[in-house]
Ligand binder design. Structure first.
Ligand SMILES: [Zn+2]
Length: 575
C-alpha cells in the first residue's frame, strides 16, 4: 500500500463522510454526503434517483465490475446499481451466517473480472472496484501475520490486505497493463481501537475513525507527491471522472482534485462528517462534525471544538475559548446539512428481516431503525455522556446472544430504570418478554418504542407478535398490516397477517395474505400447505352454499399448492 501511494499523489489524511461501511461507500461512488444520498446506516437501502460512478462510466461505454467482501455491501443494499458485474459471493460462517471474504479471494475475484473482460473485448475500457473487508472486527489474520500487542490482530489484517494488493498488482503488471491503469486507493473509515472509549467505529465522529488514506496513481500522468491537504472521500468520484476527461455532474458535494494533483492550488471546502447511529439506535443525539482550515467542530449537546494542528488526538475542547470560530464552523455545518436530498423513491427502507438484523449484529452493528422518522428532541443525551450505558447495553446484547435471557432482560431493565426512552432497551425488553412467554407484558415497552420511533421495523414486528401471542387479535391485525406496509417483501409478515385474519374469522382476507406470502416465498412448503388448507376450507363453504364451480376451482388450486392434501380431512389454521 505504501509503494502504491508513493508512486502517486497521496493524501495521508483524507476525510470520510461517515464512519460506517455502507454510507461511506455510497459517498465514494456518488460524490455526495450521506445527507444528500440518504444512506445513514448499514442495513439501509441505497435509494433511486442518485447517479453513481459506475452508471456514469457505463453510459460512456466502460465495462464496470465490483468485488465486495463484507455483508453491509451485499447487492440487496443497492450499491450494485450501475455495475455490469457485482460479485458479492461471501463464504458462510458458523450457523450459516455470512462471513467476510478474505483478501486473497477478493484479489482473485478482481483478476477474474479483468480476465473475463479482456477476453470478451480487449479494446473496451474497464472500471473495477475491489473492496477488502479484513481489517474489520473480528480481527482474525493468519497466525503468521498477527503482530504483538493489543492491536496485533488489526495490524495483521492490514498486512493480510497488503499482501493481497501486492498479488493483484503483480498479476496486472504481468499482463502489461500497469502503465495505462489509473489506480485509486482509499479506506471507507478507520477503527478507533479504544481511543475516545470506542472499540471499533460507527458511533463517534473523531478523527480516529474518519481520517483515511487516499492515493491516485497514474504512471506518466500524475506526479508522485504527498499532499497534506484535507481531501474528502466525496471528491473521489468527481476526480476520477475529471481525470478521465468525462463530464463531472453538477450539484455534487465533492469536487475534482485534479488541479491539486497537477500542482494548482484550490480553495478547500470544509468536510462534513456525520454519525446518526447514536440517534437511530439508542435515541441519543446524532453527531455532526465540520472540519475546515485546521479546526473541527463537533455539534452535540455539549459541542466540541479542536485545533487539529496542535491537538490531533482531539483531547482539548476549545469550544468555550473560541466562540467566534465555533460560530463560523456551525453556520457552515448547518448549511451543509440542510442541502436537499437528491434521493427519490424508496429510501431508508427498514431492515427487512430477522436474518439481516442478525447479520448486522454479528458484525457489531446495531440494526434497528434506519429512517430518521422523528425529530430529535432538544433534551436528547450527548453520546459521549452515555459511554457507560452503551457498554452496559453491549453486555446485555452479548448475554442475549448467549441465550441468557433472564440476566439479559434484567440488564436492559436497569438501563430503562435510569433512561426510560432508550430505544434498544425498550426493543429488547419487549422481545425478551415475548421469548419468556409473557407477551401481554411485552406490549407496553414495544408500544413506547413505536411512539418514539414509528419507523422501527423490528419493533413493529415484535409488537405485532406480542399482540398475537397475547390473544389481542384486533390489535394484532392492525399491527401486521403496518408491518407489511413498511416491509412489503417479507413473506413471514404476510403469513402472520393471514393467520390472524383466519383466527378472526376472515377466511377471504386470510387467503389474500397467505397467497401473497406464497408469491414472495415460492419454495416454502409450509406456506404452500397453509394456503392449500385455507383454499380447501373455502371450497367446502362454496359447496355448502351450492356453488359447485367455485368449489371445484378452489379445490384445484388447493391441490396445486399441496398435492398431499387429499389424504387429510379437517382444515387446521395456519401457523
Ligand atoms: Zn467499513
Amino acid at each position: 500500500m505504501d509503494a502504491l501511494a508513493r508512486a502517486g499523489a497521496r493524501f495521508p489524511a483524507a476525510v470520510a463522510p461517515a464512519p460506517l461501511t455502507l454510507p461511506s461507500h455510497a459517498s465514494i461512488l456518488t460524490g455526495l454526503d450521506p445527507a444528500r444520498h440518504g444512506v445513514h446506516d448499514n442495513g439501509a437501502v441505497f435509494p433511486e434517483g442518485v447517479s453513481t460512478l459506475p452508471e456514469l462510466l457505463g453510459r460512456e461505454g466502460w465495462a464496470t465490475g465490483a468485488v465486495v467482501s463484507g455483508y453491509p455491501l451485499r447487492a440487496e443494499f443497492g450499491l450494485d446499481r450501475g455495475f455490469e458485474s457485482y460479485d458479492d459471493r461471501l463464504p458462510r460462517g458458523p450457523a450459516g451466517a455470512w462471513a467476510k471474504r478474505t483478501a486473497p479471494d477478493s484479489a482473485t475475484a478482481g483478476l477474474e473480472f479483468v480476465s473475463r473482460q479482456e477476453a470478451a473485448d480487449p479494446g473496451r475500457p474497464w472500471f473495477l472496484w475491489v473492496h477488502f473487508y479484513d481489517p474489520h472486527d473480528p480481527y482474525t489474520p493468519p497466525a503468521r501475520l498477527r503482530h504483538e500487542g493489543d492491536r496485533g490482530g488489526y495490524d495483521g489484517e492490514v498486512a493480510f490486505v497488503d499482501e493481497a494488493i501486492a498479488a493483484l498488482e503483480r498479476a496486472l503488471v504481468s499482463r502489461g497493463r500497469r502503465r495505462e491503469l489509473l489506480t485509486v486507493f482509499a479506506a471507507d473509515h478507520g477503527e478507533s481501537l479504544g481511543e475516545h472509549g470506542e472499540a471499533t467505529h460507527g458511533f463517534f465522529v473523531y478523527d480516529a475513525t474518519v481520517l483515511v488514506p487516499l492515493a491516485f496513481r497514474w504512471p506518466g500522468r500524475i506526479v508522485p507527491r504527498e499532499i497534506p491537504a484535507p481531501a474528502r472521500l466525496v471528491d473521489v468520484a468527481p476526480t476520477i471522472l475529471d481525470l478521465l476527461g468525462l463530464g463531472v455532474p453538477q450539484g455534487l458535494d465533492g469536487r475534482p482534485l485534479a488541479p491539486l494533483l497537477d500542482g494548482t492550488a484550490i480553495v478547500w471546502d470544509g468536510a462534513l462528517v456525520e454519525s446518526l447511529q447514536p440517534w437511530l439506535g439508542y435515541g441519543w443525539a446524532p453527531l455532526y462534525a465540520f472540519r475546515k482550515d485546521g479546526w473541527k467542530l463537533i455539534e452535540a449537546p455539549h459541542p466540541e471544538l479542536y485545533d487539529l494542528a496542535v491537538d490531533a488526538a482531539e483531547t482539548r475542547n476549545r469550544h468555550a475559548a473560541e466562540p467566534r470560530r465555533a460560530a463560523v464552523l456551525r453556520r457552515a455545518l448547518e448549511e451543509a446539512v440542510a442541502r436537499p436530498s437528491v434521493a427519490s423513491g424508496t429510501q431508508g427502507t427498514a431492515p427487512d428481516d430477522a436474518e439481516r438484523q442478525r447479520q448486522l449484529r454479528s458484525l457489531g452493528y446495531l440494526g434497528g431503525s434506519v429512517a430518521a422518522t422523528a425529530p430529535v428532541p432538544p433534551d436528547a443525551a450527548d453520546p459521549k455522556d452515555r459511554l457507560a450505558t452503551r457498554a452496559a447495553l453491549l453486555d446485555a446484547e452479548a448475554a442475549r446472544d448467549r441465550g441468557e435471557l433472564v440476566p439479559a432482560i434484567a440488564a436492559f431493565r436497569r438501563v430503562l430504570s435510569v433512561e426510560p426512552s432508550n430505544r434498544l432497551a425498550l426493543l429488547r425488553t419487549g422481545q425478551l418478554l415475548v421469548s419468556l412467554g409473557r407477551p401481554a407484558d411485552a406490549v407496553a415497552p414495544l408500544e413506547s418504542l413505536l411512539v418514539l420511533d414509528p419507523g422501527q421495523g423490528e419493533g413493529r414486528w415484535s409488537l405485532a407478535d406480542a399482540y398475537t401471542q397475547a390473544g389481542r387479535f384486533e390489535n394484532a391485525e392492525a399491527a401486521w398490516n403496518e408491518v407489511v406496509r413498511l416491509q412489503p417483501r417479507r413473506a413471514a409478515a404476510w403469513s402472520n397477517l393471514g393467520s390472524v385474519r383466519w383466527t378472526r374469522g376472515d377466511l377471504d382476507g386470510a387467503i389474500v395474505a397467505v397467497r401473497h406470502a406464497c408469491r414472495l416465498a415460492p419454495s416454502d412448503r409450509d406456506l404452500a400447505s397453509n394456503l392449500a388448507q385455507l383454499l380447501l376450507e373455502a371450497a367446502r363453504r362454496a359447496a355448502t352454499r351450492g356453488d359447485g364451480a367455485a368449489a371445484s376451482a378452489l379445490s384445484a388450486e388447493a391441490t396445486a399448492h399441496d398435492p398431499t392434501l387429499r389424504s387429510r380431512v379437517a382444515p387446521v389454521p395456519p401457523r
